[in-house]
Design a protein around this ligand. Sequence first.
Ligand code: MG
Ligand code: MG
Length: 632
Amino acid sequence: MTSSRRSAPTPPPSGAAGVPRRAVATVCLSGTLEDKLAAAAAAGFDGIELFENDLVVAPWSPAEVRARCADLGLAIELYQPFRDFEAVPADLLRANLDRAERKFDVLAELGADTLLVCSSVAPAALDDDALAVDQLGLLADRAAARGIRIAYEALAWGRHVSTWDHAWRIVARADHPALGLCLDSFHVLSREVDPAGIAGITPGKIFFLQLADAPRLRMDVLQWSRHHRLFPGQGAFDLAGFVGLVLSAGYAGPLSLEVFNDVFRQSDPARTAVDAMRSLVHLEDGLHPTDRPEDRRQRRLPVAPGLTGHSFTEFAVDGRSGPVLQDVLRGLGFTHTGQHRSKPVQLWEQGGCRVVLNSAVTRPQASGTAAISAFALTTTDPHRAVDRAGALHAPVLPRRRGPGEAELAAVAAPDGTSVFFAEPDDGWRADFLPTGNEVGAGAGLVATDHLGLTQPFDHFDEAGLFYRSVLGLRQLGTEEYAAPFGLMRSRGFTDPGRAVRLALTVAVLRRGEWAPSVADPQHVAFGTDDIFGTAAALDRLGTGTLRISDNYYADLVARFGLAEETVRRLRRYGILYDRDPRGGELLHLYTPVYGGRIFFEVLHRRGGYDGFGDANAPVRMAAHRYRRLAEV
Ligand code: MG
Ligand code: MG
């Protein structure tokens, strides 16, 4: 099941009739202006917002930037920011107008026609709307004489103007054709002012629309904005609802991303630009959510196909890690049932759990290690799944077919894992010749419950949006916990029917030199309907599961008031316990780490427990650490 990348199908076209132009602010991307423009163009953007800082440090003149953008097919949709202009005493006004004229010169040379003016944060600014109206009107007169428009934006931390409706009152009173609003979803949605009134803004008066998502954080709004903005679909804001309001006010300009994010600022700009484009394509699709014919006509993405389960998980192994994982699987009650027709690939099964050990994957990893190289999901329509993935700029992988081999459609996830789409009839199993091995009693494992995948630090939010948009998964909660080697963030994803679950984790801060010896662990969790029966079976099979500290069980008694006998049984098998507020329970145990970064989990969900037992993750991580120290 080895694959190599080819280019994705053409994305839905923007700029055509009825499809908004797509733009990205240069501040979203890492690198020099040259890097940023190349990345934006390669990802298919129609235009950019040019940040003054990026121009000031560039070796190119504004005319050269204009020529470079034209070569790349990028329009300069906006130049920004122009700060601290309005509602000032007369002598400052003269200086501010002179300053504006210098910027109009720059816009003229750039061939840009819209300047963003953000609401003043200067101590000199007066709390005087009439003065702001007069002075912005003067600025608009000067701009109009140069063929330039002023887009006035309320910063959420503006000194006197900090809400969209206040900025709109000023723009409406000025009533100048060259003065309009810039609406920024962060500034609007981070405040408690109801955005519904945006739909009533006079058509033509919204000059520019900036989009950013963000997680809900209780912190200073300036810090929130500067460090934690995300692309649409990666945070907690209702971007589709917001854009719907702006479009219903007649806005026909670009949808432009303006995302200040500490991680994106230091990540590969080519990757970030694709992530950004995916967020816009997904957002546009979400503008037409209903099944009414007029909505369906507007949607350009194939509908996410239904997922019915985890089909198999594939590990890339080598001559050392392969036999180790074979022993582990045997110890978990699996049977080696199939051998691939043409490749050194084994199929191991138990109940509905399937694991593939692949010695033919060429993937850079250290000798003796194993890694999850692929996972397959069962879906009602694999081809539609791949069409949707391609339209969302996911790298679609070609499948090399041998005689008698089934075709499996696949895409590459942001961490390089291949995601296969399997037909419900399990046609791929025909790739494997039966080994004739007698299937044993097993250990009561029923099906794959979830995969736990540590993500590369730079690509955690990208991965979340990838799985949400490409697979149509829903985001469950985000948990943060203090692990032995630092704070971890964990985010769960599942389909509406709870057939497929993924748990993505990442270190909250980039790792330094003091780091765990297992840097990026991965695990597969198998479900059982009888955790104690399974634990006893594993015992009989001689499987050493992870030992858990007695202190943990003493704490369980205190936290949950469990019966002594129950706790005694949990402790005996190293079973961890969690309970949700509705009374749902999770009982789960783990194996040690094998092949450098792989471990397995066995879990039993009771009473609708929907999480991943994140409260127990630090316990498991510390137990893994103690086990490694004991092995040395
Ligand atoms: Mg903005
Ligand atoms: Mg887990």
